[in-house]
Design a protein around this ligand. Sequence first.
Ligand code: FAD
Ligand code: FES
Length: 262
Amino acid sequence: MSQYQENATVTRVEQFSATNYRITLNCPEIAGCAEPGQFVMVRTTTSKDPLLRRPFSIHQCLGDGSLQLYFKVVGRGTDLLSKVSPGEKISVFGPLGRGYRLNSTKPAIFVGGGMGIAPLLFLVKEYCRLKKECGEDIVLLGGRDKSEVAPLVDDFEVYGPSVVASTDDGSFGQQGFVTELLQNIALPPSCVLYGCGPEPMLKALGAFCRDRNIECQVSVESVMACGMGACLGCSRPAKDGTYTHVCVHGPVFDAEKLAWNI
Ligand SMILES: Cc1cc2nc3c(=O)[nH]c(=O)nc-3n(C[C@H](O)[C@H](O)[C@H](O)COP(=O)(O)OP(=O)(O)OC[C@H]3O[C@@H](n4cnc5c(N)ncnc54)[C@H](O)[C@@H]3O)c2cc1C
Ligand code: FES
């Protein structure tokens, strides 16, 4: 798998809430070979603070040499990234990691929580392109409030699946966690579940699928320094007692292969 370091041009910045942003970056080498579930390491500044690149899922590739990131401001790096303007250049390295294994012959349930919604758009888009007709497939999107979910619903619906939303505060969709939506939908037979979100949500998805014998692929996060297997900073325990490295063995794993210690 090829990887590139590109000086990407920022072409668009969208602000969805006080903390949530989507930026579009023109980086044709990376966008041309990225797969759903992969991520990029971004230098959020040209100065030395922060020194390390930050990892972000590829939200979608637009087919014109650009890709998008959807992110929340949580610290200095993401704050700097939220302040970029169209025309600026930022260094992007990728695509990195192993993405989702798509099986367009089986119905799909896509479950995204919070910023875990980010990689699902690329995944749904590619899945529906391969499958051609996505009427039986279901996307469940959960967030803290309306601003985390509502701006993205149309982007998913355009590919044909049913989209159901939940928010913690009830300001959009059903009030509650996205895992509660999952309990209440009719599951298509032989479906595969693809998830991304906070660790407790992924643990719950894994348990839900194990009880029903459903294949479950989840994208996990960890703190990353290098993103390419060199620093071992992203190690996490696997179910078999070994350690796995999220940046090279993941970030997408079969839920049943990971140890869920939370
Ligand atoms: C593979 C991967 C894909 C990701 N995709 C996205 C995405 O699409 N959108 C998005 O908003 N975020 C994503 N993240 C998380 C994102 O990388 C962090 O939010 C970012 O690095 C924080 O940088 P900062 O300098 O703003 O914050 P820092 O100042 O570094 O940290 C601020 C706070 O965020 C916590 N934090 C930092 N890095 C992580 C991390 N990797 N996971 C969990 N908590 C962290 C810190 O513990 C601290 O509490 C992803 C992480 C990984 C590993
Ligand atoms: S982030 Fe360095 S080994 Fe994974």
